[in-house]
Design a protein around this ligand. Structure first.
Ligand code: FAD
Length: 444
C-alpha cells in the first residue's frame, strides 16, 4: 500500500504520467489506503487481473476488494445441478486464489468517486487508487420475480443453477420428479452464460430418460428471447436437438410470478401489447433470474444508460476516465458474458493498462471472443465459440457445431484445471494462439 508520498520510482512515474494525461489522483491521497492498482471484484476477471499485475507492481501496490469468503468456478454449476459434480468442488477460499502479494480488502464496494480516484466500502473505508479495474460481475435479481424467494424456501421443486445457495437444489428436485411439466426459464435481461439456462435442460432430459421418467414428463423451455441461441450456426443444431428430444420451446415468454402453493408459474407474453400472461402448472421449475450490474456500480457515474460500466468495447478502457478499465460481466462490452470472454479480455486489459501506466495509449483490441460449451447430454457437448459479430471463431479445425464427447470432457475435466491453475494465475488469455496454430495461421 502506498501513502501520501509515492513509495517507489515506479509509483511516482505513474502518478506523474497520470496527471499529465489529464486525470487527477490527488483527492485519493486523503484516504487512509492508497493503491497503485485497485481491483473491485475478485471473481474470474478480477482475480486474473490481480495476478497479472501483483508480481509486476510489487507487494502493497495492488489490492482487490471483494466481500466473498469463497471464489466459485461458476461454469461448474451446470454440472453440479445435474449431479455430476459437487458444489464443494466448484469453490476455493478467496484467500487461496488471490495472489499472495496483493492485499485483499474483504468488504463490499458501495460508492465510486472517479473524480477523486476513490472507492468507499460498506464499512466506510475510503480507498484511493491510481488505476482502477472494475470486475464486479452480475447481480442476480431473484426478488424481481414475485413469489420466487418464498418458493425457494418452501418448494423443493424450484431451483436455480445460478446461485451457490440454490444450485444444490437442482439435482434432488430432478430425482424427486415423477412426471408433469419440467419448466426451464430464460429472463428478459442480459445474463451471464446465455447457454446455461438450456444446458441444464438437456442434462435433465438425459437423466430423465435414463431414470425411465421422460415419457411422463413434458420438458418446456420458456425463453424471453426470440431465438434459441444468438449464433445461427449453433442455433440450427440446437433446434434439431430440441425437436429430436421432444422439447417444447416457447419464445418471448418471461417468468413474472411463482405460486408455490398452487405450483403455478406465470409468464408474460413479451409480444402482447396488453401484457397477456400465461399460467403453467409445474412439477419442476428451473429459474434463470433477471440480472443487472451490481447496484453500487449502477448507481455510480461510471455506467452507460443500460447500467453497465461504460468502456470502449475493444480497449476495455472507460470512455470518460482513462485510468479506469473494466473486465467481465459488469461491463458494457457487447459480447456474451462468460469466463471465457473474461479470459480473452484479460490479455487485452493487461497490455492496455500497462501501456497507459507507462504514459502510452490503450491500443490492443478485443475481438469479442467468447465461448459457451453447450452440454447437450451427459457425454455430449457443442463447443460454441464466436466473436462480436456472432461469427464462429472455433479453436479446433473440426466442426464444433457437432455434439462431441471430446468437448464434453474438455468442459468437465480440462477447463476447471485450466481455470484454477492457469487463468487465475494470470497466465491464460484465451485460445487465440492455439487457434492460430491449429488452423496453421489461417484463422483470425
Ligand atoms: C450456471 C452458470 C454456468 C456458467 N457456465 C459458463 C461456461 O460454461 N463457460 C464460461 O466461460 N462461463 C460460464 N459462466 C459465466 C461465468 O461464470 C462468468 O461470466 C464469469 O464468472 C464472469 O467473471 P466476472 O469476473 O465478470 O464476474 P464473477 O466471476 O461473477 O465475479 C464477480 C466478483 O465481484 C464481486 N462483487 C460483486 N459486487 C461487489 C461489490 N459491491 N464489491 C466488491 N466485490 C463485489 C463478487 O463477490 C464476485 O467475486 C457460467 C455462470 C453460471 C452462473
Amino acid at each position: 500500500m502506498s501513502t501520501l508520498v509515492p513509495l517507489s520510482r515506479r509509483t511516482f512515474t505513474v502518478i506523474r504520467q497520470s496527471s499529465r494525461r489529464g486525470f487527477s489522483t490527488s483527492g485519493s491521497y486523503h484516504s487512509k489506503k492508497h493503491y497503485q492498482l485497485l481491483v473491485v471484484g475478485g471473481g474470474s476477471g478480477g482475480c486474473a487481473t490481480a495476478a497479472k499485475f501483483a508480481g509486476r507492481l510489487g507487494k502493497g501496490h495492488v489490492a482487490v476488494i471483494d466481500p466473498s469468503e469463497m471464489h466459485y468456478y461458476q461454469p461448474m454449476w451446470t454440472l453440479v445441478g445435474a449431479g455430476l459434480k459437487t458444489l464443494q468442488a466448484s469453490g476455493r477460499p478467496m484467500q487461496s486464489v488471490l495472489p499472495s502479494s496483493c492485499d485483499w480488502i474483504k468488504d463490499r464496494a458501495v460508492k465510486f468517486d472517479p473524480d477523486s480516484c476513490m472507492v468507499t466500502t460498506a464499512s466506510g473505508e475510503q480507498i484511493g487508487y491510481d488505476y482502477l479495474v472494475v470486475a464486479m460481475g452480475m447481480q442476480l435479481n431473484y426478488s424481481q420475480i414475485k413469489g420466487l424467494p418464498e418458493a425457494f424456501r418452501v418448494d423443493k421443486s424450484v431451483c436455480s443453477n445460478y446461485w451457490s445457495e440454490t444450485v444444490t437444489q437442482t439435482f434432488p428436485a430432478l430425482e424427486a420428479l415423477q412426471g408433469g411439466n419440467a419448466i426451464f426459464t430464460f429472463p428478459n435481461t442480459p445474463i451471464k452464460c446465455a447457454g446455461a439456462p438450456q444446458k441444464i435442460m438437456y442434462l435433465a432430459d438425459h437423466y430423465l430418460r435414463k431414470a425411465g421418467k421422460r415419457d411422463k414428463t413434458n420438458i418446456i423451455y420458456n425463453t424471453s428471447l426470440g431465438v434459441i441461441f444468438g449464433v445461427k450456426k449453433y442455433a440450427e443444431r440446437l433446434m434439431d436437438i430440441v425437436k429430436n428430444r421432444n422439447i417444447e420451446v416457447n419464445y418471448r415468454r418471461s417468468l413474472v410470478e411463482v405460486r408455490p402453493d398452487k405450483k403455478e408459474a406465470v409468464f408474460v407474453d413479451l409480444d402482447s401489447p396488453e401484457g397477456r400472461t400465461e399460467t403453467y402448472q409445474y412439477s419442476f421449475l428451473h429459474v434463470t433470474p433477471p440480472m443487472s450490474a451490481p447496484d453500487p456500480l449502477r448507481q455510480s457515474s461510471l455506467v452507460n444508460p443500460d447500467g453497465y460500466l461504460d468502456v470502449n468495447k475493444e480497449t476495455l478502457q472507460h470512455v470518460k476516465y482513462p485510468n479506469i478499465f473494466g473486465i467481465g460481466d459488469c461491463t458494457s462490452v457487447p459480447t456474451s458474458k462468460t469466463a471465457a470472454a473474461a479470459a480473452a479480455q484479460s490479455g487485452i486489459l493487461k497490455k492496455n493498462l500497462q501501456a497507459v501506466m507507462s504514459g502510452g495509449k490503450a491500443q490492443s483490441q478485443y475481438d469479442g471472443y467468447t465461448s459457451c460449451p453447450l452440454l447437450t447430454g451427459n457425454n455430449k457437448c457443442i463447443l460454441a465459440e464466436f466473436d462480436f459479430a456472432g461469427q464462429p471463431l472455433e479453436t479446433f479445425p473440426i466442426d464444433q457445431g457437432k455434439e462431441r464427447r471430446l468437448m464434453y470432457h474438455m468442459k468437465k475435466d480440462f477447463m476447471p484445471e485450466l481455470y484454477w491453475n492457469v487463468m487465475l494465475k494470470g497466465n491464460w488469455n484465451g485460445p487465440a494462439l492455439t487457434r492460430k496454430m491449429l488452423h496453421l495461421g489461417l484463422s483470425k
